[in-house]
Design a protein around this ligand. Structure first.
Ligand code: GAR
Length: 191
């Protein structure tokens, strides 16, 4: 039976679009909802043009969680994928989706993770620290930023001449290649 997923995203949404496209003809996964916490998030344009239902919830609704949870239940959401989602996930949603919510982070956690570490800030910190390699981490979500059980990590080099933009580009390519396949595998194994 097909599983309904919701993608939570706060910004540009290139990962969200990549996941939507990957599952467009899937019999296993249906992207049922894109949900954001920012009205101006470009991910909403992407969802609109790809004909995926979308919604934006304001700060109070995210902090309380009840309306978000009702929406997820009404849409029959089985699994939640965070893709550049920068707000805290309310506890009631964490509890309603145990081991059914995953996140992607653009570094090799536990390095360069935690509150305030997202997107380009991560790449800037990696380069400033003189790291020779970076990568991505896909992990289950829990009450603490970037601390849930790790599902997979994929590494890439950091080159001496890299700018944060260069590294972001390399990391995004890894994310596009890996994230949809990991989602597919997890949902396949659930049966
Ligand atoms: C991605 O690189 C994702 O790993 C990162 O935000 C970017 C979103 O890009 N997430 C975090 O930093 C979470 N702490 P996108 O909006 O183009 O998909």
């Amino acid at each position: 039976m097909s599983k309904n997923i919701a993608i939570f995203a706060s910004g540009n949404g290139t990962n969200a679009e990549n996941i939507i496209r990957y599952f467009q003809n899937s019999e296993l996964v249906n992207v049922e909802l894109v949900l954001t916490n920012r009205e101006s998030a470009f991910v909403l344009e992407r969802a609109r043009s790809l004909n995926v239902p979308f919604a934006c919830m304001g700060k109070a609704e995210w902090m309380d969680g009840t309306a978000v949870l009702s929406l997820l239940e009404n849409r029959g959401i089985d699994f939640i994928v965070l893709a550049g989602f920068l707000a805290r996930v309310p506890d009631c949603i964490l509890h309603a989706y145990p081991n059914k919510m995953i996140n992607i982070h653009p570094s090799l956690l536990p390095k360069f993770g935690g509150k305030g570490m997202y997107g380009d800030r991560v790449h800037e910190a990696v380069i400033a620290a003189g790291e020779k390699e970076s990568g991505i981490t896909i992990h289950y979500t829990n009450e603490h930023y970037d601390e849930g059980a790790i599902i997979c990590q994929v590494k890439c080099p950091v080159l001496p001449e890299d700018t944060p933009d260069d590294l972001a580009h390399r990391i995004h390519a890894l994310e596009y290649d890996t994230y949809p396949k990991v989602i597919e595998k997890l949902l396949e194994s659930e049966g």
